[in-house]
Design a protein. Structure first.
Length: 176
């Protein structure tokens, strides 16, 4: 019963996440970053700090802020994608460690390229190669994060099943 609940729970989370991705990347018309900050950040010092370069349009600060935010959000957006794909592939390739990582990386690249190709068809979206690179990087980072978590989990499980023998050679050398 609990297993079925957890499966349903994860399916709902994945569907919600996919809906957010589609809504944020394809459906919403382009708004300025200033409007997003005003709408999402509560009034106060943090909002003032974020809005200041946007109001004065200092070209260097404004461009760096937009670029850093774009790259960071693209990496964060595809981080769970890499984790999820590797988690699913790990069940089908339990003996191999490299094949799921390669398939996950290629899947992230193809998914990102499909999103950018679809954005090229929309009038209010601008596709870019840097988005593909950032999305693929997020997939790879999520893949390796999940890989090391799974590797550590398997290692702990093996240690609990087969604990290391106590090899205390000092007793053997004394003849005890």
């Amino acid at each position: 019963m609990l297993s079925r609940f957890l499966k349903t729970y994860w399916v709902l989370i994945i569907l919600f996440y996919a809906g957010l991705v589609l809504l944020g990347t394809l459906v919403l018309p382009g708004r300025s970053l200033y409007e997003w900050v005003q709408a999402l950040i509560p009034p106060g010092r943090i909002q003032d700090m974020l809005v200041y370069p946007l109001q004065h349009h200092h070209p260097v600060t404004f461009a760096k802020l937009l670029r850093c935010a774009d790259i960071t959000l693209n990496v964060m957006l595809f981080f769970p994608v890499g984790m999820g794909i590797l988690g699913g592939l790990h069940r089908y390739f339990p003996e191999s460690k490299k094949i799921p990582c390669v398939i996950t990386s290629c899947t992230g690249l193809l998914l990102s390229m499909c999103i950018e190709l679809f954005q090229a068809r929309l009038p209010h979206r601008i596709p870019s190669v840097s988005d593909v690179v950032a999305n693929t990087s997020g997939t790879i980072l999520g893949c390796y994060y999940a890989y090391f978590r799974l590797f550590r989990q398997e290692r702990r499980m093996q240690q609990s099943l087969f604990p290391p023998e106590n090899t205390n050679h000092s007793k053997l050398s004394k003849g005890v």
